[in-house]
Design a protein around this ligand. Structure first.
Ligand code: 9MG
Length: 257
């Protein structure tokens, strides 16, 4: 899954896709490089970020999605109206970092469209989530949350075979929590749904490399984390650098089988 942030304020890509022409070109390049789907988002969810209005999010993502309706696309949003418009112009998957807790209408929109939905775990909200993340056992807690959100989605009319789950690397988690979730990803995969993992360029990667203030991590570490996640059962890797991840994962698949 290639990431196209149509935002001015992302740590990880510095707003390189904020102009629609650039976002469209990036999406096309990612698919050429082997992405199975491109995730288009108009609201930053990085730690400390404030939300944007529905109108602003629509203004950012709809013109891009309209121009890539021939590509497999996903809409990264927690807003029902944004999802509705994105699905109408061809998106197939709703990537909701709130796991259908943010907007009471979103589950119905996804169900009625027959869309795929990615349910991600997050403790807290982006503005404050890194203040003091606390768990009993992070993997058991995240797994129980995802199990409950799968039930919620199915009760709302979303077919279970349309649901993907995601442990939410970096969303209300310490560096140790993030790596433990990957180390024990097989426990999340045991939920029986495809597992999405997004570790690309995240700060925990920079921090284990010796910079306690890092806000991003390098490509080399992103690829290592993706390969480790793949070995433990991840089916979708959400990444910025598609070509390099496709190459690494192709080699990993040749080894792992
Ligand atoms: C929008 N977004 C940012 N990071 C993400 C992650 O790790 N997973 C998913 N599903 N979405 C993410």
């Amino acid at each position: 899954m290639g990431i196209v942030n149509v935002t001015p304020d992302s740590f990880s890509d510095g707003g390189v896709n904020f102009r629609p022409d650039d976002a469209v070109a990036s999406a096309r390049r990612m698919v050429d490089e082997g992405a199975a789907i491109v995730d288009v988002g108009g609201e930053s969810t990085r730690p400390g970020s404030e939300g944007v209005s529905v109108d602003e999010e629509l203004r950012r993502v709809v013109p891009v999605l309209e121009r890539i309706s021939d590509l497999p696309t996903s809409i990264d949003t927690a807003k029902a109206e944004v999802a509705r418009r994105a699905l109408a112009v061809g998106a197939e998957l709703v990537n909701d970092v709130t796991a259908l807790r943010g907007d009471p209408e979103l589950a119905t929109v996804a169900a009625e469209a027959g869309a795929y939905v990615c349910l991600m775990h997050m403790q807290g909200e982006p503005r404050t989530m890194q203040a003091n993340p606390t768990y009993g056992d992070v993997v058991s807690d995240v797994k129980a949350f995802l199990e409950e959100r799968i039930r919620f989605a199915v009760d709302a009319g979303i077919r279970e075979d349309r649901v993907l789950v995601d442990p939410g690397i970096g969303f209300g988690k310490t560096v140790e929590h993030n790596f433990e979730l990957i180390r024990r990803l097989d426990e999340i995969a045991a939920l029986g749904r495809p597992v999405v993992v997004g570790f690309s360029r995240k700060s925990s990667l920079g921090r284990i490399l010796g910079d306690p203030e890092a806000t991003t991590g390098p490509l080399s570490a992103s690829i290592a984390a993706a390969v480790a996640a793949y070995e433990r059962g991840a089916t979708v890797l959400r990444v910025h650098d598609v070509k390099e991840h496709v190459e690494a994962l192709t080699a990993a698949r040749a080894v792992v089988g």
